[in-house]
Design a protein around this ligand. Sequence first.
Ligand code: SF4
Length: 286
Amino acid sequence: MNLQGKLINGVWQGGIEWTRIREVSGFIRRGYTWNAIKGCRHGCAWQMPDGTVVECYAKGVAERLAQAAYPRGFAAHYFDSDAVADPLSVHERAGIFMDSMADVAGAWVPAEERDQVLAVIREAGARYGHIFQLLTKAAPGLLRFDLPLNVWPGVSSPPDFFNDVRVGAFQRANRMERALGILLSLALEDPSRVTWMSFEPVSYDWSAFVRQMPGALRWAVIGAGTNGSTVYDPQETHVRNLLEVLDQQGVPVFFKGNLRRAAQRWGLAWREEFPAVDTPILKEAA
Ligand code: SF4
């Protein structure tokens, strides 16, 4: 597992900020990424307002900085059995992003591997109260999991391209409506289940879709596009419209650090909000 960020003068900085979950009491947990399942076949890319196409951040990391861990490229599937039990080595409650370099709900992931990962999640939830943040582009894949409450099931808003093929208007609408519908069904199962969506980067005005599915989201992350260290700001109206509907629905919003420049330019108050419900500690592993 990789600890996210560093504690500098008593303040955590860097890494994937939203893994450092702030509980309702205000207590901030350490954040980690954990990738027992690695690699992803979606090939996501987004077209930003200036026309630049930005690629999946994880793909860039895998193919430029971490080639040794991805010898067959990022689109291949890997299962790191040595890493499966890693969450059990952290004994203080933490936030763990369980697929920063993968899509664990992808159709290509074998059920036995998902089951091994889920068994550790349950054990880590019962022993230490760990919270696992899951993000997928394959929302129907969430229905194949028997998700314990210490998993926050999340869906990323659809990209503009999958493997170099542009996502058309019908497919985009279909994917978004299906994703929100699945999250709504999961949210309705339990009032303490944190369903969420990552809008990173925002490259489309998603507000109308979110408006028609109140209750689907209990948390939202909003960010800009990046290519390495270069940041591509979203369109201001897309972000403002999305914020308006999220605020109307009372959905807490977390801004990724890469949105800071745009937020300052637009005069948006900075947000680092977390869900308004605490995730329960599981009573037992099974
Ligand atoms: S689903 Fe996530 S990891 Fe997979 S290609 Fe898309 S952005 Fe990258």
